[in-house]
Design a protein around this ligand. Structure first.
Ligand SMILES: *Cc1c(COP(=O)(O)O)cnc(C)c1O
Length: 637
């Protein structure tokens, strides 16, 4: 241990400790100077920018923490990676169709992101997927490319259908995907009325399952999609209307973050069988839509663990092409255009949440006296004995005893049997024991289950200027892990172990599970905090988090700095968006900030007249109230 602390700690040690090269996909790394750098064009480019440099940029622009950083370059690089992977796979296998990706808007609906994706994906004829009327309206405002797809999923009312048909008339490849049997009649009716042949797809309900958090979106219990008999009904319906030529796409969606490549293959195999049968029924077909599911390796372990994935984008593409070739060649069916609706894999990497540490509560049990005072309770004496006789050979027994005596002593306190001082001594002794147990078991290969997570129990609490509910909702809702680490001081040894608490008042507003190559870590190694600026980053947060985030404790949207790094490594700010102000959040909740300020003024006048406050107090308070209304909802200096 001692020797270990004497060896020099370098940025390399930090890179390994935080696993940044495992999950960073070449976009993030540590500089020899000990700062996290972004390589916005990916691993093959030598353009690098330090995140601390971007923090300076935020300060210069008066953007307070927390700030969401967005990198257009990374978005472009992800789109390129997916498209080039498919291009190579198609070329290498001699596949006869092409690939056309679409971005599902629900993954990140922010205007400048959707706009960026359409622009950056232009060379690949990259399209958009809309799952609602509002998303279709958003999609249509950007889509101009007649060779890119606009895919309409989700519940569709008459207006939604009309808008899609109108877009098709205007020359956009707008596909209406039938998700429920009842939709077909409506589509046929509207299309006849508008005198247009619709471009149709059907969403198949496969029996293959994805596994993981999102399992129920695929499989028999999925809320969308048609089973075999409903598909037959639909085909017969189309045949009766002489519309089999309109049915061109088979669509399925297994769910998000499909970690295991075997699940990807099995589902596609099943989908291919549906595809072949539809061709045999006489449908035009020509397009196979794999939906989303392309996974992101959040923990960098390259496994089929829920927060990881055991395949790369390029393996995904070549496996998809291989399965399609094998099954369709066997059936003698022409190779379709491959469409995928990858959202997470496109958007996750390009966004980083930066926040500062506001306060630290260290785990430091008070000193224990050598001897208890004469007439102490017997239980307390027993607890003392446990503390004194602790050894590496009796850790489990000592743990049981400590918990037992603590509970007994709490019981005694409850019934007036011991004083508050004795209770305080009991707690001190207990934490002293737990602290020593944690040190003794640290690094052991085998730790009894009940002693797992002791490191979290004795971790410091680092209070971060952010809200889990607003910025990392999936951590709270579905146990999704994100890589989190300091973005500077990385050539200093992190000597503390910590859990992170946010600034909401909710006991769930904390992060106490962290990525690990083998399991989940319960505490994050961090640097000693001396009150000066200390910045952490939560990475790979560009997919779903902004969309799902909520306003717990009226903490609103964060500040955003959207940048593009040019060929010389200079920072171009594409857009700077101020986070929600207090009055904006209040209005959203139907408050009336002006009336509130007026009301406050009246009350202050009254208090001043009654002599409770001075005229100066009144002015000061009113100014603070007004400024508060216009302020950022997060902690400001
Ligand atoms: C959510 C969704 C997607 C995106 O899935 P990712 O796993 O993020 O790629 C694609 N298609 C449909 C129909 C969806 O509902």
């Amino acid at each position: 241990m001692r020797q270990n602390t004497l060896t020099r700690w370098t940025a390399e040690n930090s890179a390994e400790l935080y696993g940044i090269r495992n999950w960073g996909s070449g976009y993030f790394d540590v500089s020899p100077g000990g700062e996290v750098i972004v390589r916005p064009n990916g691993p093959r480019s030598d353009i690098e920018v330090s995140l601390m440099h971007l923090i300076d940029e935020c300060h210069a622009r008066e953007l307070n923490m927390p700030v969401l950083l967005r990198f257009s370059n990374i978005l472009a690089s992800r789109i390129e990676e997916i498209n080039e992977s498919f291009r190579r796979a198609i070329r290498d296998a001699g596949y006869q169709g092409e690939y056309r990706g679409v971005f599902p808007i629900k993954v990140n609906q922010q205007c400048e992101i959707v706009q960026d994706i359409v622009e950056l994906g232009r060379t690949y004829h990259y399209g958009l997927e809309a799952g609602s009327k509002a998303e279709l309206i958003a999609a249509l405002s950007f889509m101009k490319d007649p060779d890119a797809f606009v895919i309409c999923n989700g519940y569709k009312d008459e207006e939604f259908i009309d808008m899609a048909l109108q877009a098709l008339k205007m020359g956009l490849r707008t596909v209406l995907v039938i998700e429920m049997p009842s939709e077909l009649d409506r589509v046929i009716e509207r299309a006849e009325l508008m005198k247009i042949r619709p471009l149709l797809g059907i969403r198949a309900k496969l029996s293959s399952r994805a596994g993981g958090h999102w399992d129920s979106s695929g499989g028999d219990r999925g809320k969308f999609g048609l089973d075999a008999s409903q598909i037959i009904e639909l085909v017969d319906g189309l045949r009766r209307h002489n519309m089999l030529d309109c049915l061109q796409m088979l669509h399925y969606h297994l769910g998000s973050q499909v970690s295991d490549i075997r699940k990807v293959r099995t589902a596609l195999q099943e989908a291919c069988r549906f595809y072949v049968e539809l061709v045999r029924e006489g449908a035009a077909m020509g397009i196979m839509n794999l939906g989303g599911g392309l996974a992101v390796d959040y923990d960098g372990s390259h496994t089929n663990f829920a927060c990881s994935t055991n395949y790369t984008t390029s393996e995904y593409a070549s496996d998809v092409v291989e399965v399609l070739m094998n099954t369709l060649n066997e059936a003698g069916v022409k190779h379709p255009t491959i469409v995928s609706e990858s959202g997470r894999a496109v958007a996750a990497h390009h966004t980083v949440l930066l926040f500062n540490v506001l306060h630290v509560r260290r785990f430091e049990p008070l000193d224990v006296p050598g001897k208890l005072s004469a007439n102490s309770s017997e239980m307390l004496e027993n607890m003392m004995e446990v503390c004194n006789s602790l050894s590496p050979r009796n850790v489990q027994e000592a743990y049981h005893d400590a918990v037992y005596y603590r509970d007994e002593l709490r019981g005694l306190f409850l019934h007036g049997g011991i004083s508050m001082r004795e209770r305080a001594m009991a707690e001190t002794l207990f934490w002293r024991i737990i602290g020593r147990l944690a040190t003794m078991t640290k690094g052991r290969k085998y730790i009894p289950d009940e002693l797992e997570g002791l490191d979290a129990a004795i971790a410091d609490v680092y209070y971060g200027n952010f809200s889990v509910f607003q910025s990392l909702p999936d951590f709270w809702a579905i146990d999704q892990l994100f890589p989190i680490m300091p973005i500077h001081r990385l050539n200093q040894r992190p000597t503390r172990n910590a859990v992170l608490a946010d600034i909401t008042c909710d006991s769930d507003g904390k992060i106490d599970r962290f990525i690990d190559l083998h399991d989940v870590k319960h505490a994050l190694p961090l640097h000693e905090w001396d009150g000066s600026d200390y910045y952490l980053g939560a990475f790979l947060v560009g997919a779903y988090q902004e969309t799902i985030g909520d306003m717990h404790n009226l903490l609103g949207n964060t500040n955003v700095l959207h940048v593009r790094i040019d060929a010389k490594g200079h920072i171009d700010v594409v857009r700077q968006i101020a986070g929600d102000r207090v009055d904006e959040i209040l209005k959203y909740m139907e408050y009336d900030p002006e009336a509130m300020t007026e009301g406050m003024k009246t009350r202050l006048d009254k208090s001043a007249r009654a002599g409770l406050i001075t005229a100066r107090d009144k002015t000061q308070f009113l100014r603070a109230y007004r400024e508060g209304m216009k302020g950022y909802t997060y902690f400001e200096k």
